[in-house]
Design a protein around this ligand. Structure first.
Ligand SMILES: Nc1ncnc2c1ncn2[C@@H]1O[C@H](COP(=O)(O)OP(=O)(O)OP(=O)(O)O)[C@@H](O)[C@H]1O
Length: 275
């Protein structure tokens, strides 16, 4: 201590950034390989309660692999994943079920079961995890359908009868079926027109604000990153290269981050947002 300069003392007494925030998901030193091919190498990442984290990275960088690993669908060769304060390697089956019930997922593809109506799709997690009378499940499903901004008559429609934007909303309704604390969205706005995408982003932001929902959003969508993400993490070279606010991304000199966030398309979006 004696050797510390004034600025060292200041740094030592200042709380680390985000120290007072509740970490809902803690990924530490996670490595994943497929055969000889390493996809993630000692990757670490925190997600705080009530934030929308945008997760970006080049195509093939491993964003979906990380998501699947967090969800326990891929095997990791090292590292730990803590969710809601529980180490996923140490929990028993009952705890795993309890954790799964607090997580909602919207996968990039295969969003809905095509042979089921929207209402039946939303009820899939309820049937899997709860034992409720049909009437109550119908009421709950209709509430979720309304929550995501779908008209009540969408409930009895099949996915093939819906637009792309409505399918995403219906899939979101299913992800929210059990009132999760955190939802994982894998490229939720891909395939939507810009207005549909902006509406979807607005809906997600509203859920963060009204329900305190935590959102982990894998995305390539610069509009989403500029408009609704509270924090951004960039995957590259098998780990999180940079993480922070949009301002941090815009200030980063890391070459991929720089070309992504300060490239021609990003500049146009930034200008539009400022105007
Ligand atoms: N089950 C698997 N077996 C072997 N290799 C896999 C498997 N799953 C993913 N990979 C490889 O891991 C790498 C990362 O894939 P991933 O789908 O996570 O990329 P991504 O960042 O999500 O890309 P995109 O933005 O295009 O969706 C790719 O090279 C992919 O081929």
């Amino acid at each position: 201590m004696e050797h510390m300069q004034d600025q060292d003392l200041e740094a030592a007494s200042a709380p680390p950034q985000n120290a007072d925030r509740d970490v809902i998901l803690k990924v530490r030193d996670v490595s994943v390989s497929f055969g000889p091919k390493a996809v993630l190498d000692h990757l670490s990442l925190d997600i705080y309660r009530g934030e929308i984290l945008g997760f970006v990275g080049a195509s093939g960088a491993g964003k979906s692999v990380l998501l699947r690993t967090i969800l326990g669908l891929n095997r990791k060769s090292s590292g730990t994943i803590e969710i809601f304060g529980l180490n996923t390697d140490e929990i028993n089956d009952a705890e795993r079920v309890a954790v799964d019930m607090r997580i909602g997922v919207l996968f990039q593809h295969g969003a809905l079961f095509s042979a089921l109506t929207v209402k039946e799709n939303v009820q899939v997690p309820m049937r899997e995890y709860l034992d409720l009378p049909q009437r109550l499940m119908d009421e709950l499903a209709l509430l979720k359908i309304k929550l995501v901004g779908l008209p009540a008559d969408a409930a009895d429609k099949y996915p093939s009868e819906l637009s792309g934007g409505m399918i995403k909303r219906a899939a979101l309704a299913r992800a929210l079926a059990l009132d999760p604390d955190i939802i994982f969205l894998d490229e939720p706005t891909s395939g939507l027109d810009p207005i549909g995408a902006a509406d979807f982003d607005e809906l997600v932001a509203k859920m963060r604000d009204t329900m305190g929902l935590t959102v982990y959003m894998v995305t390539h969508d610069l509009d989403s990153l500029f408009s609704v993400c509270d924090r951004i993490a960039v995957l590259g070279q098998k780990k999180v290269l940079v993480e922070g606010s949009l301002q941090d991304m815009l200030a980063s000199e890391e070459p991929w981050v720089k070309s992504y966030f300060r490239g021609k398309r990003a500049r146009q979006i930034d200008l539009t947002a400022r105007n």
